[in-house]
Design a protein around this ligand. Structure first.
Ligand code: F6P
Length: 471
């Protein structure tokens, strides 16, 4: 295993669960797998909001050879750091939604302060030869703060969400500070080559960094930083096993009992405007509008667990989606058929695997997405003898590895309706051929391989060791 003799220290906002049973999100699933296999330390937010905030005592949970160590956030910290800067400024902006990104000085100040506090609390827990791997858009300044706090070991960063083009990012006040802070990491990972190119373009345009060979940048002060794409995967075998578990079978049966033999279409997304659910509903509505022969033949189940409800755009989205689903049902329902159902509660991962398996079509149509692991999980959960069809957005990172899906423009209801019709009519032999090709890639590029590839690069003798540090 790469870097086996070094302890792995993972830092992310949400920590755990280490078991793959719960309602873990994309990031946690990949990391839990790595930590279960190699052990180490996972550091982050406890999920608790207390008056002490980042000054709280460290909470410790030992799980065999892995320790989870977490600190709290205060009301003011969660508001400025998490809801404010991370989710009202950075999330929309990095998902190309400059139109709804909100910028305010106080949130930015608190975000930076929380990054500094995390660095101060983490530094005493670190050893010189650790491999420290920081995750996601909550911690753009953490590498720089760890350096300032005196840590000189190997530091990696992985961005799970997209990195928008420089022209858009420069709308963020102090965007240069943010990207410059990233350059204190030794290795910076992105989901796709497109994201990496946007980052490199920012660095070359804004601070004259030199793009050495696509994967390495020379900064203006002569340091070399590695920036590459490392597309994240899933535990494909584990998920395929989930799909035939008792809990999955029970959910597969329940979905069957609501669809009554109709074609089952599913969507599974956190309720987030980046996921394109509004446009997806419009595409489905158009399918029913234009194809009278399909009315009564299809059943759409959208699972959309609520997320970040304190942010206005998320609360508004719920109202809009429930309204749209109501309209579609109002227009087309018959005594024995409701064309669409939306559920805002979450499911366990085994239950989800059963829901995927029950579906003939899965719509993964984000307007922009770092990777999208639902697409990969749907593929892993399918019955190989009679697989379903994946409809996949051209703007999901997963598109690069799953070109055999029906690739759509998620902004176009026409395109979505066309793809739905094509999926409904696709012959078994074509479904099998497309599915086998996608399956092979999902099983080859797993969460385990993603992690080991990143850590092997982080562990490699670095050019930076030959360079004087400038900070
Ligand atoms: O990378 C985006 C991400 O952090 C996912 O890994 C995760 O599923 C989701 O966002 C969770 O969001 P939050 O922590 O804000 O609930």
């Amino acid at each position: 295993m790469a870097g086996d003799n070094h302890r792995l220290v993972v830092v992310s906002n949400r920590v755990g669960p280490l078991s793959d049973e719960g309602k873990a999100g994309g990031l946690a699933v990949g990391l839990a797998d790595a930590l279960r296999r190699r052990g180490g330390l996972w550091f982050g937010w406890s999920g608790q909001i207390t008056p002490e905030g980042t000054g709280s005592e460290i909470r410790v949970e030992e799980h065999g050879h892995t320790a989870l160590k977490t600190i709290d956030l205060s009301e003011q910290e969660i508001e400025g750091f998490y809801f404010g800067y991370a989710n009202r400024s950075l999330w929309p902006l990095l998902h190309y939604r400059l139109d709804i990104a909100a910028f305010d000085r106080e949130s930015e100040r608190v975000y930076r302060a929380v990054n500094r506090r995390f660095a101060e609390r983490l530094t005493p827990l670190l050893e010189a030869d650790d491999l420290v791997w920081v995750h996601d858009y909550h911690f753009f300044f953490l590498g720089q703060e760890l350096r300032k706090a005196g840590y000189d070991g190997r530091l990696g960063f992985f961005l799970h969400i997209p990195f928008c083009p420089p022209d858009m990012l420069t709308a963020l006040p102090a965007s240069q500070d943010l990207v410059r802070a990233m350059l204190d990491f030794d290795v910076i990972g992105f989901q796709t080559d497109n994201d990496r190119r946007n980052f490199v373009a920012f660095c070359t345009q804004e601070f004259g960094a030199e793009d050495i060979d696509g994967d390495r940048l020379r900064t203006a002060d002569g340091r070399i930083v590695r920036a590459s794409a490392f597309p994240i995967g899933i535990d494909a075998e584990g998920f395929a096993e989930f799909a035939v578990s008792d809990e999955a079978r029970e959910h597969e049966r329940m979905v069957g009992s609501i669809s009554h033999g109709r074609h089952q279409i599913v969507g599974v997304d956190r309720m987030d405007y980046s996921k394109g659910i509004v446009e997806r509903f419009r595409g489905y509505e158009l399918l029913l509008e234009d194809n009278a022969d399909l009315r009564g033949q299809t059943q759409f189940l959208q699972v959309a667990p609520l997320s970040r409800g304190e942010v206005e755009a998320y609360a508004d989205l719920r109202v809009e989606l429930e309204g749209l689903a109501g309209n579609i049902n109002g227009r087309f329902a018959t005594l024995d058929w409701n064309p669409i159902q939306i559920m805002v509660n979450g499911f366990t991962r085994r239950a989800l695997a059963g829901i995927y398996r029950a579906a003939q079509i899965c719509m993964v149509t984000p307007l922009r997405d770092g990777m999208n692991l639902v697409a990969k999980e749907f593929v892993a959960a399918q019955d190989r003898a009679d697989p379903g069809v994946l409809i996949l957005s051209r703007f999901a990172g997963a598109r690069a590895e799953l070109p055999e899906a029906l690739i759509v423009n998620p902004y176009s209801p026409d395109d979505l309706a066309r793809a739905l019709r094509q999926a409904l009519e696709m012959p078994l032999e074509e479904r099998q051929r497309r599915h086998e090709a996608m399956r092979a890639r999902v099983f080859a590029n797993t969460a385990h391989n993603w992690c080991e590839t990143f850590l092997a690069v982080l562990d490699a003798p670095a050019e930076r060791d030959l360079q004087p540090r400038s900070w």
